[in-house]
Design a protein. Structure first.
Length: 638
């Protein structure tokens, strides 16, 4: 009998590999954990091929055939067939885990199909192993979408039933398996793509949904569900006009090609009505007919919050940033904490530099509104004609130069949060009237607008003026004063809490040093004492600026003006001021001498005085000679 070319090649390979033709069983059979691992690795192939194996077996059921599935190495993964023929196969260990490649069991359809990469049929003596001469086997390699062989499908029976059509059936089944693998692969990628798109859409901080041509909601993202308070099942299938007013007009406009972008609208949630912007994008078929609409809604309150963060409208200071331990000041801070969570207005009064905005921000950050916007407006820093627009905003086209799309005023930006009105005493009377109305009614109208806008804003006002005196002068409305002065907070000038000055010095030394990237300057006790006795007309702000100047220059000379200032009574100031000035001068000279390592010439140049003058001052202040290089010169001076 003439051998087929692939049989000849296979037998030659078996001889080269030293395969024993008297062998009965495969020389490699996986069992227990090793077999479980192999089956798990090929789970997808087993699941995909199983229905086709069953279908193939059904064609030959009762005729003494069984179907075998192997992996790409020839390891049997699954066997389906008649019980009588399976019993014979089991005696030959043709079971899951047995390797059917040529190296381990010689020429056979499965092993040779793997070696040749083609469908093959091996019958009777074509098998290299004598024990397999009773079989006829037809097998074809199974390839993945990349063309790599990942297994074989085989149909084996007794050699008496050999038929060429058997191989054709196996090849057809393998083609079906490969097509299913390709489809599964495509479906898997589609599922991943779908989930990626869904995840991406869910990650967008805007409500996104699609509406079908008949006006029913078809898909929704997570943000929309959270925004409206509905579950996905409650929203999908819901009529769009139950969520958005005027949908019929919107749909007509979209169908006519009218752009619907960032239009102000209201969405009806499960519990509340949401002020939002609406954008709509048509879904058109190939003929240009409207098949649906993609809608995007953004909650205006959330947009304002994001905008505030971007432009820095946030409160950074907390009560931890307020330094002081004097009794009266501590009581003041405790009072501020108590009133922080109240919705009532706060009026902060005090001299310039006492920290009115620091207290305002700290109150905001101590309240339940801490996650919302903190918006500040200096009423004295804007021209009279701009205050109204800044406070209440305006509609597009309200006046010449108005921004396209209009402008959110400070009240709208602060909605849900806090509006800090600094220098409230500078607000024009007509603006005071509008402010009072908003405070009493909680609503406003933009300039040029006719839509009433509700706002929930906590007002903190501040001034360094005596507002009651301004009321008497006719510069400030009495009713507005009482409306603002619900929770008064009067800040203490720095001169009335002198024991806090050393604490503030240390605090600003550290903070300014970190900010400037420089080391804090060490101050001697006489300097600190002088700073404590100074009246600080600019209060904490002046002290902060002095420390910053001191760190930048690394010299106590900047504090000489403090020692010369009027800090004590007229009766005692003259003598004590001279003493303090001398103390500061001595400290400064010692610092300069130390800096220049006792070099008299360099130190005198730095101090902008002559060498002899420096010698006299060294003698006058009894400066320690150990810091000087030229001790002999010092001895002559002494």
């Amino acid at each position: 009998m003439n051998k087929k070319p692939y049989i000849q090649r296979s037998h030659q390979r078996c001889k080269t590999l030293g395969v024993d033709y008297t062998r009965v069983y495969s020389t490699k059979i996986l069992k227990n954990e090793a077999l479980d691992k192999k089956l798990a690795e090929n789970r997808e192939l087993i699941v995909t091929a199983s229905p086709f194996m069953e279908q193939l077996y059904n064609f030959v059921k009762g005729s003494g055939f069984f179907a075998i599935l192997t992996d790409g190495e020839g390891c049997i993964l699954n066997v389906v067939g008649d019980e009588d023929v399976l019993e014979v196969a089991n005696k030959l260990e043709m079971i899951p885990g047995a390797y059917m490649d040529e190296e381990h069991i010689g020429t056979n359809a499965m092993g040779t199909a793997l070696a040749e990469g083609i469908p093959v049929q091996v019958s009777e003596e074509e098998h290299y192993i004598a024990a397999y001469h009773q079989w006829t086997c037809s097998a074809a390699p199974i390839r993945n979408p990349a063309g790599k062989i990942i297994g074989t499908l085989d149909l084996t029976g007794f050699s008496d039933f050999v038929h060429s059509h058997t191989l054709g059936m196996v090849v057809a089944a393998v083609n079906a398996i490969e097509q299913t693998i390709r489809n599964n692969n495509i479906n898997s990628r589609l599922v991943v793509a779908k989930r990626s798109i869904e995840t991406l859409i869910d990650a967008i901080t805007a409500g996104i949904f699609t509406v079908g041509p008949k006006g029913y909601i078809k898909t929704v993202n997570k943000t929309l569900q959270d925004m409206l308070g509905y579950s996905k099942d409650e929203l999908v299938g819901k009529r769009i006009d139950e969520v958005l007013d005027g949908w019929q007009g919107i749909q007509t406009n979209i169908a006519n090609g009218i752009i619907y972008l960032e239009e102000e609208s209201y969405a009806k949630g499960k519990k509340v009505k949401i002020h939002c912007t609406l954008s709509c994008y048509p879904i058109l078929d190939k003929n240009g007919f409207l098949q649906g609409t993609v809608c995007v809604i953004k909650e205006i309150k959330r947009m304002k919050r994001v905008a505030n963060r971007l432009v820095g409208k946030q409160a950074f200071y907390t009560f931890d940033n307020i330094v002081g331990r004097s009794k009266e000041f501590t009581l003041l801070v405790d009072y501020a904490k108590k009133i922080a969570d109240s919705p009532s207005t706060v009026l902060i009064t005090g001299e310039s530099g006492t920290g009115k905005e620091v207290f305002a921000q700290s109150i905001h950050n101590y309240s339940s509104r801490r996650e919302e916007a903190f918006v500040a407006l200096n009423c004295g820093a804007l021209p009279r004609n701009l205050i109204e627009a800044e406070l209440f905003g305006y509609e597009e086209g309200a006046f010449t130069g108005a921004k396209r799309g209009g402008y959110f005023g400070k009240f709208e930006l602060a909605d849900g949060g806090t509006l800090f009105l600094d220098e409230i005493g500078e607000m024009p009377l007509d603006m005071q009237t509008r402010l009072l109305r908003v405070l009493e009614e909680g609503t406003l109208y933009r300039i040029g607008g006719n839509k009433e806008i509700s706002v929930d804003v906590r007002i903190i006002a501040a001034t360094n003026k005596d507002l009651m005196e301004e009321v008497h002068k006719g510069n400030f409305r009495k009713d507005l004063f009482y409306r603002l002065n619900v929770l008064p907070l009067k800040l203490i000038p720095l001169r009335d809490r002198r024991e806090d000055i050393p604490l503030l010095i240390d605090y600003f030394m550290i903070m300014k040093g970190l900010k400037l990237g420089k080391n804090p300057v060490s101050l001697q006790k006489p300097v600190i004492d002088a700073m404590v006795k100074y009246n600080w007309p600019g209060n904490v702000r002046e002290l902060e600026n002095k420390i910053e100047h001191l760190i930048n220059t690394n010299s106590t000379q900047t504090l000489v003006d403090i020692s010369e200032a009027k800090i004590l009574s007229d009766e005692s100031k003259s003598t004590l001021e001279v003493e303090r000035l001398e103390d500061i001068e001595k400290i400064h000279i010692e610092a300069i001498l130390s800096k220049y390592q006792g070099n008299i010439t360099l130190a005198a140049e730095a101090l902008n005085i002559g060498r002899n003058t420096l010698y006299r001052k060294i003698k006058k202040y009894s400066i320690d000679c150990s810091i000087l290089e030229q001790c002999s010169e010092m001895e002559r001076v002494n």
